[in-house]
Design a protein around this ligand. Structure first.
Ligand SMILES: Cc1cc2nc3c(=O)[nH]c(=O)nc-3n(C[C@H](O)[C@H](O)[C@H](O)COP(=O)(O)OP(=O)(O)OC[C@H]3O[C@@H](n4cnc5c(N)ncnc54)[C@H](O)[C@@H]3O)c2cc1C
Length: 342
């Protein structure tokens, strides 16, 4: 919740957070998927930064986010190993963490138990359409699958999938690196902790490299250090300057990390959309095609709400805000972008 400005994405985050909580409330699930309602702590290093952060928190509170102002003198009660001299911060108790691969495996198990089948290593090569243009299934590397509805959940490749259906979606890769430290004792870093300028980086439209420190512990012990953002296409080469910037930012927030080894780093491509909102819902240009992609750096957090909303539209509810959908889908309309220049 903490890094989202008031608006449709924050509403989707509130819905998704509630649904993650419900899922994690089922017996044994929280431990199985490492769900942890640990809270997010955003810190400001200057008085001006703190004013801006508190302004953001005021707006978030107005739409239902819990945001607790934390004075400079209280920061170390909440997060003992933080750097000294910070101006203050805001604590977001609703921010949660989950281990995405375990969560995905659990959801697959649930889906299979409900009758779904999963095919891995099977690429969609064409979206099949009727003479009138409606979807009638997909052609894959393992043959055709016929269905009256197809959901494009291809993440960063959602634009390519849309093109296979004869339509367009401006999904672009936004590269990010993460450093993973050696395991540390539990609760060495208690919250997801990040600097206030991270919010501006997330919202930025720039293709240039941005880094702002984000530090969080994990159930297994390693601390994850992010976050970089840059639009360099699907370039998978490792960047030492980015890794160095991440390490420097993290040690500014947590000086003790200077004595901790980074065991590995990895990179990935966030599915970036020009207006930073995902595409969720039916594609008015291709009957039977639905999109659920383009969540940029929040696709794990927003997964539950997205799945829930797609299930609602697939089972006949509409995205009319006056009807019974849990969230107005119009800001996420897949056809909201002009066709030219795509
Ligand atoms: C460094 C970094 C840090 C991040 N941190 C966070 C975070 O803290 N919180 C958070 O919520 N999110 C985070 N994200 C973002 C998150 O990882 C993404 O938003 C999310 O994974 C998108 O999920 P998805 O299911 O839409 O797409 P994906 O997980 O990318 O899945 C799409 C799948 O579609 C498959 N596919 C593509 N084309 C085809 C085809 N033609 N046929 C068949 N299959 C196809 C792909 O192989 C892939 O398996 C981070 C991302 C990065 C890179």
């Amino acid at each position: 919740m903490s890094d989202k400005e008031p608006g449709p994405e924050l509403e989707l985050a509130l819905l998704s957070g509630r649904l993650w909580g419900e899922l994690a409330g089922e017996p044994g699930i929280a431990a199985a998927v490492e769900y942890d309602l640990k809270g997010g702590l955003v810190v400001a290093s200057s008085a001006e930064g703190l004013v801006a952060l508190e302004g953001l928190a005021d707006g978030q509170r107005a739409v239902g986010v819990e945001a607790v102002a934390v004075g400079a003198g209280q920061l170390h009660d909440i997060e003992p190993k933080l750097a000294k001299g910070l101006a203050g911060g805001v604590l977001y108790p609703q921010d949660a963490q989950v281990m995405p691969t375990l969560a995905a495996a659990h959801v697959v198990r649930l889906a299979r138990a409900a009758g779904a089948s999963l095919r891995t290593g099977c690429a969609v090569t064409e979206v099949l359409r009727t003479g009138a243009g409606a979807v009638r299934g997909v052609r894959t590397s393992e043959g055709e699958i016929h269905a009256p509805a197809v959901v494009n959940a291809a993440g960063t490749w959602g634009g390519e999938l849309a093109a296979l259906a004869g339509t367009s979606l401006p999904v672009l890769p936004r590269r990010g690196f993460v450093l993973v430290t050696e395991p540390l004792p539990p609760r060495t870093v208690r919250h997801k902790v990040y600097a206030a300028d991270y919010v501006a980086d997330v919202a930025s439209d720039s293709a240039a490299l941005q880094t702002s420190p984000v530090v969080e512990g994990t159930a297994a012990g390693p601390v994850l250090i992010g976050a970089s953002r840059e639009r360099v296409g699907f370039d998978r080469s490792f960047s030492l300057p980015v890794a160095r910037a991440l390490a420097a930012g993290a040690t500014r927030l947590f000086p003790f990390l200077e004595g901790v080894r980074a065991m590995r780093g990895y990179l990935g491509f966030r599915p970036y959309m020009p207006d930073h909102l995902p595409a969720i819902g039916p594609d008015a240009r291709v009957p039977g095609l639905f999109h659920a992609c383009g969540h940029e750096g929040a696709g794990i957090g927003l997964a539950t709400g997205t799945g829930h909303l797609i299930a609602q539209v697939l089972t006949g509810k509409t995205s009319d805000p006056d009807l019974d959908l849990d969230l107005d889908l119009s800001p996420f309309r897949p056809d909201r972008f002009p066709e030219e220049g795509l």
